[in-house]
Write a protein that binds this ligand. Structure first.
Ligand code: ADP
Ligand code: ADP
Length: 215
């Protein structure tokens, strides 16, 4: 099963992806996590990506296409994969299609999580992260022990791009560059809209009902 999670920043893609990946034993491929890991490790890629990310801009397509091509070529993707945060532009979606066609593969479903701007701002401004990539929320999704991650036991931090100015820019960037992908995948007949206004478990149940068709 090859799945894309689509939706604006803060929609809950990462939160749902972690749960889906566990249920179906699929690799969770988050391009945001890959980029943040590169920044933490001071790689050349991380250095190139850092200024775009902190401003809330997209990292150039050629870098993302290179990342995704390498990641999808690994053996753990043979049984399927879950993409979170890729594609974010039409050229990225075209490149993905080419990569998959070369290996006689395809995307089965695109889950588009729909949430309005006001709720997105609340979710992003209250988001707190751990270095393992798990995200929590100061009100909506608090860890079992305050300030400590349930899985990695690591220290909590707030992403630079979850501060007010970068949030505004990211929502504008989403509308201009990523939203056109909804129509792109609708035309291919593989788009599934998900009501993202529910709580985390309500959305997860809806996703499970949809994925039963593809399993
Ligand atoms: P994305 O990966 O789409 O940017 P996240 O999964 O990181 O979004 O979620 C953004 C923030 O909103 C996090 O703080 C998360 O804990 C919280 N969150 C996720 N889903 C919901 C939900 N259904 N209701 C309320 N808060 C949520
Ligand atoms: P969110 O879902 O909250 O927007 P992500 O963790 O998916 O955050 O991405 C964080 C940042 O990493 C993006 O704002 C962008 O700068 C960069 N990024 C991640 N994925 C891509 C992508 N596919 N194309 C371009 N930039 C990306």
């Amino acid at each position: 099963m090859n799945i894309i999670l689509l939706g604006p920043p803060g929609a809950g893609k990462g939160t749902q992806a972690k749960k889906i990946a566990e249920t179906y034993s699929l690799p969770h491929i988050s391009t945001g996590d890959i980029l943040r890991e590169n920044i933490n490790n001071d790689t050349k890629l991380g250095l190139n990506a850092k200024s775009f990310m902190s401003r809330g801009e997209l990292v150039p397509d050629n870098l993302l296409i290179m990342i995704i091509k390498e990641r999808l070529s690994r053996n753990d993707c043979l049984k399927g994969f879950l993409l979170d945060g890729y594609p974010r532009t039409i050229p990225q979606a075209d490149a993905l299609q080419m990569i998959l066609t070369e290996s006689n593969n395809k995307i089965d479903a695109v889950l588009n999580i729909e949430v309005d701007d006001e709720e997105l701002i609340q979710r992003l401004s209250g988001r707190r992260m751990f270095s393992c990539g798990t995200s929590y929320h100061v009100i909506f999704n608090v860890p079992e022990k305050e300030g400590i991650c349930n899985s990695c036991k690591g220290k909590l931090y707030q992403r630079d791009d979850d501060k007010a100015e970068a949030i505004r820019n990211r929502l504008a960037v989403y509308k201009k560059q990523t939203q056109p992908l909804i129509e792109y995948y609708q035309k291919k007949g593989i788009l599934q809209n998900i009501n993202g206004a529910k709580d985390i478990s309500g959305i997860y149940e809806d996703i499970m009902r949809i994925l039963e068709i593809y399993d």
